[in-house]
Ligand binder design. Structure first.
Ligand SMILES: NC(=O)c1ccc[n+]([C@@H]2O[C@H](COP(=O)([O-])OP(=O)(O)OC[C@H]3O[C@@H](n4cnc5c(N)ncnc54)[C@H](O)[C@@H]3O)[C@@H](O)[C@H]2O)c1
Length: 363
């Protein structure tokens, strides 16, 4: 990890730069390692409008780079949009020695990383995350992919970025709902980290004025250290999935049925409440911590409307990559700072947790 170029990356095989003075690192990298390459920029229509101009002001050498701007939103994390991106690269005769820059939130980095990793068996890509979810989570760790057949992240590969550049300034234009959505990943990180991080988040909440940059670096650093130990998600990395087994099922079902689909972090927030309840029931998470988690999340996230059938929900849960032989497994929290991975949970227990969620969040 590198902050304003003062710190050196620990662990990961690629640098992650944080701060407002990182563009000189990017310029340096482009001049030294990609001087004879074409640099392609993938973004979405919102980010193209709100962030791209200031980015190009800072890195004018990219002003004439080929640009592909895709519609904003989770619907674009789709194989059809990946195919259009491959068409775009092929039409420009992109080569394996060229570079793709993904400028945007988690949708753009997941899709763009996947596009780059498959194009001519892999071209390098750089992530420049502009959303809070992207900065604390999605842009780091090399999980790339698209949703498929209604299921979250069904197609994808592990493929590390060449580098990641996190500039907090981009968050100034991020809508509040999106900011809160990213904050659920910070809450998750603080629960996984435990100790003073959880205490800080529990007491102070989202500190957008003074402390958010520090919270971002802290959450991202936790991810970096865990991914370093288990990049392929075989053991420790699964702890980062706390809240996501049920969260992804909420997200998928809302994509299928919802008029106004849930944001990723909103679904994860509900998933954290349900999985905390299951943690309390199955592995001894204390009632006090369960209540603290519930009260914190209720401050930022309105209750989900839950009007689906159990069978439909099960269909999504069983597609989770942690499920094995028809048994749903999840990462559960024993206490802040202690996560147990691969814990089996019955459908009855999951249904009970959703009933708990409904009861505790009803107005
Ligand atoms: N690969 C991973 O490890 C990982 C981890 C967490 C989440 N994800 C994925 O990330 C996605 C969610 O990420 P997201 O919330 O960033 O989604 P997103 O990329 O769809 O961005 C959310 C919205 O914010 C807009 N936006 C982004 N930056 C902006 C800015 N600076 N100003 C104004 N608007 C801006 C986007 O245009 C979009 O409308 C999901 O697909 C999720 O599965 C991946």
């Amino acid at each position: 990890m590198q902050t304003d170029s003062k710190h050196t990356a620990q662990g990961l095989h690629y640098p992650v730069y944080f701060g407002k003075d990182i563009w000189c690192n990017l310029k340096n990298l482009l001049e030294t390692e990609f001087s004879s390459s074409t640099i392609f920029i993938l973004t979405d229509e919102n980010v193209g409008h709100l962030c791209l101009p200031s980015f190009l002001d800072k890195v004018p050498a990219l002003a004439d780079s080929p640009l592909f701007s895709i519609p904003a939103g989770e619907k674009s994390k789709d194989i059809s949009v990946a195919a259009k991106s491959w068409d775009w690269l092929a039409n420009y005769h992109a080569e394996r020695s060229d570079l793709l820059i993904n400028l945007g939130g988690g949708m753009v980095s997941d899709l763009g990383g996947f596009v780059a990793s498959a194009y001519k068996r892999g071209m390098p890509y750089i992530n420049i995350p502009t959303s809070l979810t992207g900065q604390v989570d999605a842009a780091i760790g090399g999980k790339t992919g698209v949703n498929f057949s209604g299921y979250k992240n069904l197609l994808g590969v592990f493929s590390d970025p060449y580098a990641v550049f996190v500039n907090f300034i981009f968050l100034k234009t991020l809508p509040k709902r999106e900011l809160y959505s990213g904050f659920s990943e910070i809450i998750k990180s603080s629960l996984i980290a435990g100790e003073d991080f959880w205490e800080e988040i529990k007491k102070g909440g989202l500190d957008a004025e003074n402390g958010l940059n520090r919270q971002i670096i802290r959450a991202a650093s936790l991810k970096i250290s865990i991914v370093d130990k288990d990049s392929l998600d075989l053991h420790e990395r699964k702890s980062l999935n706390f809240g996501h087994t049920i969260g992804h099922a909420f997200e998928s079902i809302s994509m299928e049925t919802g008029q106004r689909p849930l944001l990723h972090g909103e679904a994860v927030a509900a998933g954290i409440i349900c999985e905390s309840y299951i943690s309390h029931k199955l592995i001894g998470l204390s009632e006090d911590t369960l209540n603290d988690i519930l009260h914190l999340l209720k401050r930022y996230f309105p209750p989900l409307k839950i009007d689906f059938y159990e069978d439909d929900f099960y269909r999504y849960l069983i597609q989770d990559k942690k499920s094995q032989n028809g048994v749903i497994r999840m990462s559960l929290l024993n206490a802040p700072g202690t996560v147990l991975v691969d814990q089996p949970a019955s459908m009855e227990m999951i249904t009970e947790s959703i009933e708990y969620y409904k009861e505790m969040t009803s107005p």
